[in-house]
Design a protein. Sequence first.
Length: 319
Amino acid sequence: GINAEYGACILSMSDYRLGFIGLGRIGKPMASNCLKLKGANLQVFNRTASTAESFVKEKIEKDPELANRLKVAESLESLSSSCNFIMACLPEIEESKKIFLYPETSVLRHIQKGTILLDFSTVDPKTSNMCYQAAKEKGCFFFDCPVSGGPLGAEQGTLSIMVGGDASPYEAAIPLLQVLGSKIPLMGPSGSGTHAKAINQLLTGIHTVACGEAMLLAKELGLNLDLLYDVLLVSFGGSNCIKRNWPMAANDIKGEALIRNIVKDLGIVTSVGEDASVELPLISLAAKVLRDAKESGFGLSDLAEIYRFLAEKNRTKKM
């Protein structure tokens, strides 16, 4: 059970009544992995109802036994009143507020005391802290849990999940988090997960642009990109962005880590830096390059395609 400092909540560790909101590129495989938790029952809800219906239908067709454990939630009200864990993975900050904060739309209207709320979306710290306070007033437990690892990490259950919130209910959430990610640290109190994700996105933004610039320069210098890639992997200049983005860009492989999303995230990073009175000159430059790419039609392109954007820009400049 949970030793809560406000509101007693006794949770049988086999009693996982899960609700998952948001079946996008990352949310859908995360919801699927929730079913790996022994004894778990899952309701799913999506703004486009047909997406939730298709998800449930496909899962049950593959495994008919899931018919007893998986269903589409009739409404947010029914989901929030019947689940003891409510999760969301949403693309925009405003959507997270609608689910976890606003009195007229949030799950808090019909929630049970002691429910654990997990927001896997990338939002700003202020939003996370407001959601935490709103849940606390209802005797519930909110965690900011932004993720890193992309759709592939979500499918494989190997996401990094950066958690911010209270320690006691976090213990109760660990078995659920373990089927979703391979790194699930409690980073600290509410907002700490969001801060950790901001640091990750700061590095991702800079490394993404650096990888694109390095590829462009290497190509213009006539270097063999495959040979250089092998060298960089074992050199100080290597990074996870090099490991992922370089072969994707070199071989025109499409991905799902969208430029428009990192642009949104870098806006959060910038505001976090301003709140902390820390100058971040590199992220300002990287953010401008990525914004320019988005505005040039690359918003729905993968991060690896920043190389193509830079190459096109360079060709135009030479003309």
